[in-house]
Write a new protein. Structure first.
Length: 191
């Protein structure tokens, strides 16, 4: 199907005011790459940042790319039943878990860390952001995941759907994550 330039400009001139859900529904219907590009612009950095908090930079980049390929491949499965970003993050999380399982880095879904950051020397001083990032990296995977999703402004219900858990489990993971962060950063708070 070929569109004239005038029709194309009229059709997509107001997409800047479309929600991510409207963009995805339209993309699923017609497959127009411009709509996918707008979705990527709206959510790509958030997706990469989320994956980066759960993995190493190269893994985060690879999984991010695979997620967008999955969006293209599975666009027909998207339903307007919630936030597009939650659907996107669910796809990414599932791909990340599959990657960890494939590489045998993900054994116990409740307790393990996906990667370990080396200990810092006691004499070494770090600025607050570096200290926070280290504390975050040292959280068990499921706590870090729940905390990072909450920081992405997902509701408890969205986090439960993304992680395939119930809301009470998410609340517990968030509580443990915050307690662990507080304990690790106690001396920063007292400064």
């Amino acid at each position: 199907m070929s569109l004239s330039l005038k029709t194309w400009i009229f059709r997509y001139s107001n997409t800047t005011s479309w929600s991510n859900e409207e963009l995805m529904l339209s993309y699923a219907a017609c497959g127009d790459q411009l709509l996918l590009s707008k979705l990527y612009d709206a959510c790509g950095n958030d997706l990469y940042h989320f994956l980066l908090t759960l993995s190493e930079p190269t893994v985060a980049k690879d999984i991010s790319q695979l997620t967008w390929l999955k969006v293209m491949e599975k666009k027909h499965l998207y339903r307007d039943s919630g936030m597009f970003k939650a659907w996107l993050f669910t796809l990414a999380r599932n791909l990340l878990i599959d990657e960890y399982r494939r590489n045998q880095k993900f054994v116990d879904n409740s307790e393990i860390n996906t990667f370990v950051t080396p200990e810092l020397d006691n004499g070494q001083t770090q600025d607050r952001l570096q200290r926070f990032n280290l504390a975050l990296a040292n959280l068990p995977f499921v706590q870090r995941e729940a905390f990072c999703l909450q920081q992405e402004m997902f509701s408890l219900e969205d986090i439960a759907a993304i992680t395939h858990n119930n809301v009470e489990t998410v609340k517990s993971r968030l509580r443990y994550a915050k307690d662990n962060l507080r304990e690790q950063l106690q001396d920063m708070v007292e400064e």
